[in-house]
Design a protein around this ligand. Structure first.
Ligand code: WTA
Length: 665
């Protein structure tokens, strides 16, 4: 069974029939419905019960106010947080594009995410429900979470971790991952979480860039019933990165792993020492003090560490989370992203905890042991809001309606989507089969760089399947051409952000010039931020994201750089040159296709193709494994030697290659 994934909202659904199994009656009903309607003009209105509960009852007036008095708007929202010292200035624009927010203010995100809840009834509220893939469960109240975080914060201090230093975290989705992040923040140290699905080179290069002295990891985690070998990868990465002096390992799988004397410590051994006291004072950080860096892929092979800070990030994640997902104290919030990506940072850990929510964390694969795993957990824990990616939805939709239909999903009130454009078929399935037709879908557009939602509906917003709708409060967005002129409604252009917002990344760690060059140079005159996405805005002011226009590939919603994949290929002894491009994929959104020029004397073969694919997976991680490796004698390049990926892509898709006047040969 296969189904068509439409990444282009303007495409007629009729010209791309959805292929569905006949047995799958509910799904085919949705598919049939969707082919009758034009997805662009159709509006889906929120149900009465959602509107009645909504935190924001009217968008337009509040948006206008947030634009005409941006600083006033954000100052009012900031008053909902706890500050050790009030700010002197809301927005400091004196060193654009290095904007500063709430300067002079003293605030720590942990004081807001944990400490202040301990003084209220929320002390005994559930902060986190965790389910491991094998079925083991842990539940932590805010009180219990505080104890774990404080104990570990004291351990970090005893290891000499200082304010401002960067601790690297490489872990599976277990409670100790958020605990480690929160412990760093509590003592004013920065964290750099490296996604647990990444491999040796990805981890080593991130440790190097951050010059981390301390690494926190685990022996492994469970994925599809098997233990992963995280410590083995961490050991290899530490061999390549000489800066690590201390490695703390959580015992999760119990599999044997190599521990090096004087460097490696077991987490549980340390946590049972007297030094791991549950009393630890939260550091009174400045609003602009570094909270974390998170590496993301860009146009060069070197990953860039985006810097986020205590003040603006606390404010932006909590405000967006509260308004967009209408958070109430009785909610059970499940953001199914890995904490190793920005979605996990902002909306699994920080935003929801600041809002005093109960968060759900699940370790493993969505279809293990059966494709009803997620649906059974929604029923079991009474989840009220689910936030996930189109890839996950498409992947689960593939198994048919019978899996969600086995479960009572009536606890759900709202749904969310992030990471890539959601095609109307997946949208409708999510809306009708999972949400019972009455849960609006918050399709949130944002980036690692933005810290939080930028374009997003509110629960009251009439929705158009496939559109992230309108800008969040305070944000002015536009679709422009190369000269910065706004394109006409319906026309494709580049997405820009015209105004600063509190959650914006402050810089690239250790490389401020690259920050300016990457995001602010192209529209320097206007002072706009270039998102790197192409988009359209329709007559109603709704935004439709088309996809990346730079050298970033979104595979299953995960962000990868063509340059990282290419350098992984070139690190293999058989490869002289390589190019990576994204081609549409029905499940993953995009798949990686690569072209390789072999070194002289090396003979192309099916075995070598397999070897190269596996090589990329073991250097970067399984998500970066190319779909295909094509051997070639030449690559299309400009006269200055830049690979013209656009030409490769057009050729692979059988399209016109366009202007090739700059092509060398
Ligand atoms: C894409 C993920 C369409 C986009 C939070 C963006 C989306 C990139 C959406 C950032 C959405 C994110 N609709 N595309 N709702 N959300 N994207 O840094 O291309 O991992 O630039 O942050 O994901 O990816 P990142």
């Amino acid at each position: 069974m296969s189904f068509y994934v439409d990444l282009n909202p303007k495409c007629s659904l009729k010209s791309h029939p959805v292929v569905m199994s006949k047995k799958d009656s509910a799904t085919s009903k949705i598919a049939a419905k969707s082919s009758e309607k034009d997805p662009v003009s159709e509006l889906v209105y929120p149900s009465k019960r959602v509107v009645q509960k909504a935190n924001v009852k009217e968008y337009e007036a509040m948006y206008q106010r947030s634009i005409t008095d941006r600083e006033g708007f954000w100052a009012d929202e900031a008053k909902k947080l706890h500050w050790y010292r009030k700010w002197d200035k809301v927005l400091d624009e004196s060193q654009k594009p290095f904007y500063k927010w709430f300067t002079g203010g003293k605030i720590n995100i942990i004081d807001n995410a944990i400490d202040r809840h301990l003084k209220t009834w929320r002390r005994n509220k559930i902060a986190m429900i965790w389910e491991g893939e094998p079925g083991d469960v842990k539940v932590l109240s805010y009180h219990a979470l505080n104890r774990e975080v404080s104990k570990f914060a004291n351990i970090l201090k005893s290891m000499g971790v200082k304010k401002g230093e960067i601790v690297t975290i490489y872990m599976p989705q277990i409670p100790e991952l958020p605990i480690a992040m929160l412990a760093c923040a509590k003592i004013g140290a920065g964290h750099s979480v490296v996604y647990g699905g990444f491999s040796v080179e990805a981890l080593a290069s991130r440790i190097d860039d951050a010059k981390s002295r301390v690494l926190i990891t685990a022996d492994g985690g469970f994925r599809r019933g098997k233990p992963t070998d995280l410590k083995g990868i961490a050991n290899d990465a530490m061999d390549r990165s000489p800066t690590i002096e201390v490695c703390i390992t959580v015992k999760r799988t119990g599999e044997e792993c190599m521990m090096q004397t004087d460097r490696d410590y077991w987490y549980h051994d340390l946590m049972s020492l007297p030094i791991a006291s549950p009393d630890c004072e939260t550091e009174k950080t400045d609003a602009e003090d570094l909270l974390f860096i998170l590496y993301t892929s860009g146009t060069t092979g070197r990953p860039k560490g985006l810097v986020h800070t205590h003040g603006g990030y606390s404010l932006y994640t909590s405000t967006t989370h509260r308004y967009v997902f209408d958070i109430k104290d009785e909610d059970r919030w499940w953001c199914a992203a890995d904490p190793g990506w920005i979605t996990g940072h902002s909306y699994l850990v920080y935003g929801p905890l600041i809002n005093g929510a109960t968060i759900m964390l699940y370790e493993g694969a969505p279809n293990h042991p059966y494709p009803n795993r997620w649906w059974s957990m929604i029923e079991k824990y009474g989840i009220t809001i689910l936030y996930t990616s189109p890839t996950a939805i498409r992947g689960l939709m593939r198994f048919g309606d019978q899996w969600p239909k086995r479960h009572d999903l009536s606890s759900l009130r709202l749904l969310g989507s992030v990471g890539e454009p959601i095609n109307p078929e997946a949208w409708r399935w999510y809306h009708e089969v999972i949400g019972g037709g009455h849960c609006p879908i918050m399709d949130t557009w944002w980036q690692t760089e933005t810290g939080g939602f930028m374009i997003t509906p509110l629960p009251i917003t009439p929705l158009k399947p496939g559109s992230a709708t309108r800008p969040f409060f305070g944000n002015e967005m536009a679709v422009v051409d190369d000269n910065g002129k706004e394109v006409k409604p319906g026309e494709e252009g580049k997405l820009v952000i015209k105004s600063p917002w509190p959650g914006m990344a402050r810089t690239i760690y250790g490389d401020p010039d690259r920050f300016v060059e990457t995001y602010w140079k192209e529209y320097e005159k206007q002072g706009w931020y270039k998102a790197g996405d192409s988009a359209r805005m329709d007559e109603d002011g709704y935004f439709w994201i088309i996809g990346r226009i730079d050298d970033v590939i979104k595979v299953s919603g995960y962000r990868l750089g063509t340059a990282e994949i290419e350098s992984a290929l070139v690190s293999h002894p058989s490869v002289a040159e390589a190019a990576a491009i994204a081609l549409p994929h029905e499940l993953k959104g995009n798949a990686i296709h690569t072209y390789v020029i072999l070194r002289a004397g090396v003979v192309a073969s099916k075995e070598l193709e397999e070897e190269l694919r596996s090589h990329v997976a073991s250097e970067l991680g399984p998500i970066a494994k190319p779909e295909a490796v094509d051997f070639t004698d030449a690559l299309p390049k400009t006269r200055s030697g830049k690979i013209m990926r656009r030409v490769l892509k057009a050729r692979a898709l059988g399209q016109d290659v366009g202007d090739i006047s700059t092509l060398e040969e």
